[in-house]
Design a protein around this ligand. Structure first.
Ligand code: HEC
Length: 325
């Protein structure tokens, strides 16, 4: 379920911006606007660029094609606009609400997850404050760094709109000290060694969760194929996929039993019995009954996901952590 980005240390400057944009988007780069030419510092270019004000909300991508409509996908990240720290500092109004990619120097660390950046290593006195959800390492004063994230006003409520976690980890006195300055709520903080030190690392799965994850990864495609089989009255397709689903829901039930979650156990049992009844109906050529059971089955997917599944920051799925363990 992890999304791993592998990259070579040989990446050249031109590739860096594309790569960091890809990291921020957690998917292949989608043609960032105004890609700077090779060898040119991203920061030195788009100082006079006026970012788009709206219309940049891309619709969420479908979570999985074969599954039922369940948890809505998180909104796809807005494309990051390369911007200079000095431009943001001087004309913050042009940037509020924009997702930017900024190449600048670290001024100083303010909290374990906040630091200031400046266009110039010598300091121009015009800083931008960066807030990260996490920082796996400290940032080094005067080191070059690429920050990707949304520019927000120095107001707790505005910061909370982008990330409640970030807002709650920001001490009020740090906010007050930098009142009026533009803030960036970062999704990526990339060092010159190409490490994203703000990268989300999914919590490790327990062995039981691994089993459930594997079961669900088989349930997705099997359920899609089953639906096709039922629609086309294809008994063979139904037989193959109900067998996969029956096994997966037996594992699902065992998982929730181990968690003492009676409600989820019941949903898994209902799903399993819908699968069994569907298989029998299809074998007898009773396709109306098969369709009805297919509907019942898909209601179980949606119902369990709604209560017991969550989508992590990187878009992957996990067992909901709150209240289920
Ligand atoms: C009783 C609970 C339950 C039922 C029923 C259930 N699921 Fe899931 N499903 C989960 C949980 C919890 C996760 C997150 C765990 C994970 O993916 O590691 C999940 C994850 C998934 C995923 C994402 C897998 C991944 O990690 O990429 C898919 C796809 C999926 N379910 C499809 C289905 C479909 C289709 C059905 C119905 C035919 C279904 N599920 C029924 C609990 C359930």
């Amino acid at each position: 379920m992890n999304v791993h980005h592998s990259f070579g240390r040989l990446a050249v400057a031109a590739g860096l911006t594309a790569w960091v944009v890809a990291v921020a988007a957690q998917q292949p780069p989608r043609q960032p606007p105004q890609q700077p030419p090779a060898g040119q510092q991203p920061a030195s270019q788009p100082g006079n660029q006026t970012p788009r004000q709206s219309g940049n909300q891309t619709p969420g991508q479908p979570s999985n094609q074969t599954g039922p409509p369940a948890a809505p996908a998180p909104p796809a990240p807005k494309p990051a606009i390369p911007a200079a720290a000095s431009s943001i500092a001087q004309r913050p109004d042009d940037f509020y609400g924009q997702n930017v990619s900024v190449y600048a120097t670290v001024e100083r660390q303010l909290t374990p997850t906040a630091f200031s950046i400046d266009q110039d290593p010598k300091g121009t006195g015009k800083e931008v404050i960066v807030l990260a959800r996490r920082l796996h390492e400290k940032v080094e004063p005067s080191a070059y760094i690429t920050v990707i994230g949304e520019v927000v006003r120095a107001e707790a409520a505005e910061i909370a709109k982008v990330s409640k976690d970030v807002a709650s980890s920001l001490p009020p006195e740090v906010l007050a000290e930098h009142a009026g300055k533009p803030f960036i709520v970062a999704t990526a903080v990339v060092t010159t060694a190409l490490d994203d030190i703000a990268k989300f690392i999914p919590p490790p799965m327990t062995p039981e969760e691994e089993v459930l994850d594997k079961a669900m990864k088989s349930v997705g495609p099997a359920n899609g194929a089953l639906r096709k089989g039922v629609d086309a009255a294809n008994a063979e397709l139904v037989k193959t996929n109900t067998a996969i689903l029956a096994k997966a829901f037996a594992e699902t039930e065992a998982f929730w039993k181990s968690r003492n979650n009676a409600e989820a156990v019941k949903i898994a049992q209902t799903a399993r019995s819908a699968v069994d009844t569907l298989a029998k109906a299809a074998a007898m050529g009773n396709w109306n009954e098969a369709k009805a059971q297919n509907t019942t089955l898909n209601q179980q997917c949606a119902s369990c996901h709604k209560s017991f599944r969550e989508r992590l920051e990187d878009g992957s799925f996990a067992v909901r952590r709150d209240g289920t363990r």
